[in-house]
Design a protein around this ligand. Sequence first.
Ligand SMILES: [Zn+2]
Ligand SMILES: [Zn+2]
Length: 587
Amino acid sequence: MCPPSPALAGNREIAATLTRIARLLWLRGDSSYRILAYEKAAEALAEYPGSVAQLALQGELRTLPGVGNAIERAVTEYVRTGRVSLLDELQEDYPEGIVELLALPGLGPRKVRALWENLRVGDVPGLLEACRAGQVAAIPGMGPRTQERLLAAAEAAMTNSALHATRWLLGTADPPAERLLQALRGMPSVQVADIAGSIRRRSSTVKDINLTAASDSENEVFAAFAALPDVALVERPVAGVLVAATHTGIPVDLRISPPTSYGNLLQYRTGSTEHNAALYKHAQLHGFTVLQQATEPQLVGKTIQPFAFVREEGVYRYLGFDWIPPELRDDKGELEAAREGHLPQLVTRRDLRGDMHVHSVWSDGKATIAEMALAARERGLGYICICDHTRSLAVARGLDADRLLQQRAEIDVVNRQLGDDGPLVLAGCELDILADGTLDLPDDVLAGLDFVVASIHTSLTQPRKQIMRRLTAAMRNPHVDAIGHPTGRLLLRRPAYDVDIDQLLTLAAETGTALEINSSFERLDLPGRIAREGAKLGIRFIISSDAHNPGGFDLLDYGVGEARRGWLEPRHILNTLPWRDWRKRKI
Ligand SMILES: [Zn+2]
Ligand SMILES: [Zn+2]
């Protein structure tokens, strides 16, 4: 079988070329209109699920948003020749790495030119070195404070690029994985197919898309798979393994076994490595033979010999375990629990009856309260709480006491319109915890709300002591019902603020404040492993969508996945209860 079009450039590569042009135009002081055009096009092309290169060759590039004449010319030239003459021209006077410098916070064209002209610093590693040697501070107009900031930015960029090279957000990899799965399941020669690997385990970031399928006609499946519109690069398949990539650059690994041993394949390919190692060690201790794990392909469907199982449950049962939900497969006590029949009854999406953290056009949401309510109804939710931002968060058009009152009036109207079909719309807010530890609205205003989620959105770099002072003040306030996205992490972008987890959990338990598991796949915050510790202390959680538009409710699936990774059951989650059964205020 031949790869469909191995020489065609991938979407990410093309987008990166446009971004490069945009940055170099910026460095030259070109018009911001022109720069923006390249940036916007780069964004659109990177996200396009089909092949941009193919579109260019068919002359249909301009059907994509943001693609005008100049962009079309550049992309087509790149796809045909691997170069763009405009880029060559722009690049003439500078080294390759200079555009990475332009991406650093605090570095504009003027400073980048100064770094190059004074020190011949033309990339991030060079900047790091020059900062450490104290040379940057000596450039006129820079000084020691700038040097310090640039050093931090360069260090962060180095770690970030290492992270980014290998990992994707679950929410980025999940939709293409799901499309590929449906395509596989639709193939006549495929009997069963699944998503395996870290996506199946609902890991918050993943390396690749792992797929497994049961079939007796391996070659037929591989050929059909390679021709799917989502599949870009394909390597020649070897012994049951096909390695490919999506147009957006996510690696894809498809393994096929005969139906008789499909259970073994799915179990093995779901991982985690730690879980499998512990499982096979247990098997060996109990007299089973495990094949040497020499090269990957030899393992396919033959991990545990001579026992072959059609279903994954068979593997676990044969070794004396209950079937273990994939989210728990981390070698963190799940094997013991499965052996003793003590696995948790994990929360599912269907258990959620309401959503306590929903935005609307009143702050930075994209839909009205009524539109959000109807979207919630379609998804089977019985109640939602409108928690828009409060006044200090001006960028999000936060609400003050007066606007909250007006909003309450609209909520009353919407509730009347919704009638018995629901959902019940509650009035709350996402209360900003300010830098000095005070809360953004006075107690008498908070007392009038149905539910208050308090969150930190600003001054994220404060020392641990001050961060904890802020969280403590919020949790000790009798009107604060929950802490939103409690660690503030943004996956692959920004670590958590400096939070003392033990203290956070102790305080939540002590004050009866719920902790949120925020379902935005950039956050998934509180992380499951911390939630698991919290549950042991009797803490209750809410799983919230933090939806900013109607489709945002679908994010709840990700929050549920994170909660399951934390071994949480419905009894740990407040919004699995009907609203009337809530003990609204803390003790
Ligand atoms: Zn927030
Ligand atoms: Zn929010």
